[in-house]
Design a protein. Structure first.
Length: 148
């Protein structure tokens, strides 16, 4: 688990296995003027343990937003999404699928599982930064989020 510690108000839970993507997303979020903390895990098993506050994650704070990759080791992001959205304690946490997949089946299946938003990652660095900034601005400045 990677935790950026700063004075924090919002918890962004990044579930991503690609180290380069983790670094780029964290860099994009560093330009934010909104106080936040980024918590990162690299597979679906750890994602669910964190969200359910199990094992080493017993004191984990509840995230305000989940950024979820679909192609994860140990437990696929699709399975993670299904578990989140079927759990009464977790289903209200907004989940943004942030993945390289443009597969229509992945898109439809994610929305069938009640994902809040499906975004395809850009390999263009300025465009990726713009996408992350847009996610942050929408979910933390425009949208009203549930408190629990």
């Amino acid at each position: 688990m990677i935790v950026e510690t700063e004075e924090t108000h919002k918890i962004i839970f990044l579930v991503e296995d690609n180290k380069a993507d983790i670094r780029l997303i964290q860099e994009a979020l560093k330009t934010s003027s909104l106080p936040h903390q980024v918590v990162t895990v690299r597979d679906g098993i750890d994602a669910m343990a964190y969200l359910r506050q199990e094992g080493e994650y017993i004191d984990a704070p509840r995230p305000d937003l989940i950024l979820l990759d679909l192609n994860l080791p140990r437990k696929d992001g699709r399975e993670v999404l299904a578990e989140i959205k079927s759990d009464p304690k977790l289903k209200r946490i907004p989940v943004v699928v942030l993945t390289t997949s443009k597969n229509e089946d992945d898109i439809y299946h994610s929305y069938d599982l009640h994902v809040n938003c499906y975004i395809t990652k850009s390999r263009n660095l300025p465009q990726l930064f713009q996408i992350i900034k847009g996610i942050e601005e929408f979910w933390f400045s425009t949208a009203t989020l549930p408190t629990e």
